[in-house]
Design a protein around this ligand. Structure first.
Ligand SMILES: *Cc1c(COP(=O)(O)O)cnc(C)c1O
Length: 374
């Protein structure tokens, strides 16, 4: 980026990540904690966040893709690391060589893990995933007895180690989640009958880990909560002692005054009610601001929350600063920690009809990440 390019910055407080993990571990109390750093750590930056989460007491890391796992290994992160979403007909050779543990959701994936063990001469460490009702990824209950027996045979042959058994919840209701835990219990009994003795049993992500103790087993997989956002759209992170780690900030690049009735931005969906002042902020939907939040979101300028005037454009928004003094170069906070008065990522999510996860994860490539609190 040159000095002339606009300032678009996501400041990530790694101290907040570390403290969030400490707080979560104290609340949840499981023996093991998998910090989920998929999708570039929900937009926060996988490598620095992984280090901060480990410093906060997470003992394992989780990602979706093996490519995400290999990036962490290339950054010399040696912690136990699980990847659980694979392409069609995967080749796990590099993954097993890099000592990355594999979530196994099909018999083909189990075969691929065995092949990788044979070709590398290393034991493939796997976590068998049972579909307990989400109907997304995981072995079906029908395939489970066959899979557990095949995994045990490969274990006996010294090719595989079944380190874990896991599943994922739908979060539909406490009753539905509890029924999934019951299905996992049945799957664990099958696994024991097949001769497996998994060290890690995990079902709960942030939401259930915080609110349904019966889903915790000995390991939880925590994503959104380590970033200081709430897994629930109707509960604030502060209720759980969590602090948002990301602040999206920019600077005013132009100001103008407009008369009563003047329309603003595409389609003139906003009209000034009275003479007013506008500030131009160079962050748009290409940078991750949801266009659906047009006309509903607020940003922080000059010590106050001010409304976004009209449509969010690709590269910029216009803010009605009215009586608030705003000058070129003034700092703008799009979202951050609401305890400081600024809008939260959840506020943007509500304005756009989505969830906080979607707001932080979608930041575009023009947004520079910087780190504080290391
Ligand atoms: C993303 C993901 C998680 C983390 O979920 P949060 O709600 O962000 O805590 C856990 N497990 C699986 C399988 C996931 O895909």
């Amino acid at each position: 980026m040159t000095d002339a390019a606009p300032d678009r910055e996501a400041v990530v407080d790694l101290g907040a990540v570390r403290r969030n993990v400490e707080t979560l571990r104290a609340t949840i109390g499981t023996e093991h904690t998998i910090a989920v750093v998929k999708a570039n750590a929900y937009g926060h930056g996988a490598v620095p966040v992984a280090r901060a989460a480990l410093a906060g007491g997470a003992d394992r890391l989780g990602v979706a893709d093996v490519s995400e796992a290999l990036e962490l290994r290339e950054a010399d992160i040696a912690a136990p690391l699980l990847a659980w979403l694979h392409g069609a007909r995967p080749d796990f050779t590099r993954t097993v060589e890099a000592n990355v543990e594999l979530g196994i959701s099909t018999l083909d994936q189990l075969d691929a893990a065995i092949d990788a063990a044979k070709s590398t001469g290393r034991v493939a460490v796997v976590h068998l995933k049972l579909d307990t009702g989400l109907s997304r990824n995981g072995l079906s209950a029908d395939a489970w007895p066959t899979a557990t027996r095949a995994a045990r045979a490969a274990e006996t042959a010294g090719l595989v180690r079944v380190a874990g058994v896991f599943s994922h919840l739908s979060g539909t209701s406490p009753d539905a989640d509890t029924a999934q835990a019951d299905a996992l219990d049945r799957g664990l009994a099958d696994a024991a009958r097949a001769g497996l003795d998994p060290e890690f049993v995990h079902l709960a992500a942030s939401g259930a880990a915080l609110t349904l103790p019966g889903t915790r087993y000995n390991t939880v997989r925590l994503g959104i909560s380590i970033y200081g956002l709430s897994p629930f759209s109707d509960r604030e992170p502060a209720e759980f002692g969590l602090t948002p780690a990301m602040t999206l900030r920019s600077r005013v690049v132009a100001t103008r005054s407009i008369p009563d009735g003047q329309g603003v931005s595409y389609g003139h969906t906003y009209r000034a009610s009275g003479d007013t002042n506008l500030a131009l902020v160079p962050v748009g939907y290409a940078d991750g601001l949801p266009r659906q939040a047009s006309g509903a979101a607020e940003v922080w300028i000059g010590g106050a929350r001010r409304p976004v005037a009209g449509r969010v454009a690709m590269d910029q928004i216009v803010v009605d600063v009215d009586g608030t003094p705003a000058s070129v170069g003034d700092e703008v906070v799009l979202f951050g920690d609401p305890a400081t008065g600024v809008p939260s990522a959840e506020d943007w999510a509500r304005a756009a009809g989505t969830i906080g996860y979607d707001i932080v994860t979608r930041l575009g490539s023009r947004v520079r990440r910087t780190y504080v609190g290391e």
